[in-house]
Ligand binder design. Sequence first.
Ligand SMILES: *Cc1c(COP(=O)(O)O)cnc(C)c1O
Length: 223
Amino acid sequence: MVGQTMSAARLEDVRHAVATACEEAGRKADEVRLVAVSKTFSVPEIEPVLAAGQRVFGENRVQEAREKWPALKEAWPDVELHLIGPLQSNKAREAVELFDVIHTVDRPKIAAALAAEMERQGRAPRLFIQVNTGAEPQKAGILPQDADAFIAECRDTHRLEIAGLMCIPPVEAVPDPHFALLAKIAARNGLKELSMGMSADFSAAIRQGATLVRVGSAIFGQR
Ligand SMILES: *Cc1c(COP(=O)(O)O)cnc(C)c1O
């Protein structure tokens, strides 16, 4: 029970910090949505955060989300579920079934698989393209220099509506230039939404224009 009270209190702290960062950046509080990242946390650990009023959650694995969320969604039907981890094309069907927002479209094969599934299911999750702003070999995401062409391909070839861009800056890096680069690519492609900022750097992301921040450990505790 102590842990559950703590997550509700930490959620409140994060909400305040988001509001403060918005104010300092001269932005309205409702311009930034908080995605509570519940990966690795169990249903009983997620419930108090739902009870505290949070409705937008992120998971990084399709399989884990499928095990945890159908029951929670029955109890809280207005939950909005975001996929924030890498997507394999053989999981596109389940991803389209389960998620309301997918942050990690990053290659033509995934774009094609999602387009086919959205058509088949008549469901249209909001889509973000992940950009590998640090060009890290081990990290998912389209390279910055290939982003414009990939956004055009998603729109023109796959007829996908793209809501915005997402990035995860390199762990050791000062994140601000990465957020600024993502904002620049979005602006020149007419994209309004920016999914950027985690527990350690969401205030910086909000200063650079984030519209969605993905916060896990600051709410749920260390993984
Ligand atoms: C885990 C994760 C987060 C949340 O990270 P915290 O540091 O716990 O806030 C955000 N985005 C992605 C893509 C993640 O995988």
